[in-house]
Unconditional design. Structure first.
Ligand SMILES: C[S@@+](CC[C@H](N)C(=O)[O-])C[C@H]1O[C@@H](n2cnc3c(N)ncnc32)[C@H](O)[C@@H]1O
Length: 266
């Protein structure tokens, strides 16, 4: 979709890959048959930045592979364990908050203004503070047991063992066992099940929460002849059509890399 030249330019003008992700990227290319399944530098930076914007407390990832996107999102999730039990960074007297450092008002600086949860004029139930929910957590599900040791090694190297919970097994069996309300779900596993994952997780997402689904342009095959589509392409096409017609959500296809569907639960 994007020329190699523009891709190289974009990567060169994006905050460099954190060393742990660069190492994981390299090792995945050396050890895996399909290393291109990994999100990579640009998409990883985008997922990290989404997390910095949304500030989710609970993230679910479906499809870990070697752990790149899980670690990228984990690095972007705020309220690290170091802050547990302390006021949020934005309210620490005398200390610049991350937002203030970037020259932008921090959430703490916006005190007194209605929060996004109340802007619609609808009172919402009080949201427990991150520390009341046990800190920020990302659950990630991977069916391929052979990947487990490598994933755990890099979660450890990233210092995210307290934040990332790895589940090995079938996503459709594991998700119902996780008793959580999700702020963000990243769908990136087997394509024929995309719609099943969507239907399973949408009721578990808080209003205003997000789903991001990867590969929704599927190397351009989504615009091909429907009669000649393989099972994976049909799964993606069915998912894209259903989401677009679903009145419970707003959606946007970002033509980044292989296409990211960004979905907001209304
Ligand atoms: C595209 S890769 C994920 C890439 C990863 N999210 C990243 O960006 O680095 C898809 C992964 O989903 C896993 N997967 C496929 N079917 C699954 C299932 N039913 N349950 C859980 N994981 C599954 C595959 O084994 C594979 O590792």
């Amino acid at each position: 979709m994007m020329s190699d030249l523009l891709l190289a330019y974009s990567e060169a003008h994006t905050t460099p890959e954190p060393p742990v992700l660069a190492g994981l990227n390299r090792e995945t290319h050396l050890s895996q048959v399909y290393p291109q399944m990994l999100s990579g530098h640009l998409q990883g930076a985008l997922l990290r930045m989404f997390c910095q914007m949304i500030r989710p407390e609970r993230v679910l990832e479906i499809g870990t592979f070697t752990g790149y996107s899980a670690i990228a999102m984990g690095l972007g999730m705020t309220s690290p364990p170091a802050f547990a039990g302390m006021p949020s960074p934005g309210t620490l007297a005398g200390m610049p908050s991350p937002g203030a450092l970037a020259g932008m008002p921090s959430p703490g600086a916006l005190a007194g203004m209605p929060s996004p949860r109340t802007l619609a004029g609808m009172p919402s139930p009080p949201t427990p503070l991150p520390q009341e929910r046990g800190g920020v957590l990302l659950h990630t599900v991977e069916v391929n047991r052979e990947l487990e040791d490598g994933i755990r090694k890099f979660i450890h190297e990233a210092g995210l063992e307290d934040r990332i919970v790895l589940h090995i097994g079938e996503a459709l069996e594991i998700i119902p066992l996780l008793n959580e309300v999700w702020d963000l779900v990243f769908i990136d596993a087997d394509k024929p099940n995309y719609l099943n994952y969507y239907n399973m997780v949408l009721p578990l997402i808080r209003p205003g929460g997000f789903i991001i689904a990867d590969n929704v342009l599927w190397d351009g095959k989504v615009t091909g002849d429907p009669a000649k589509m393989d099972k994976d392409t049909r799964g993606i096409v069915e998912f894209n059509k259903f989401v677009h017609q679903d009145e419970r959500v707003e959606n946007l296809i970002l033509p980044v890399r292989d296409g990211l569907m960004v979905i907001r639960k209304i």
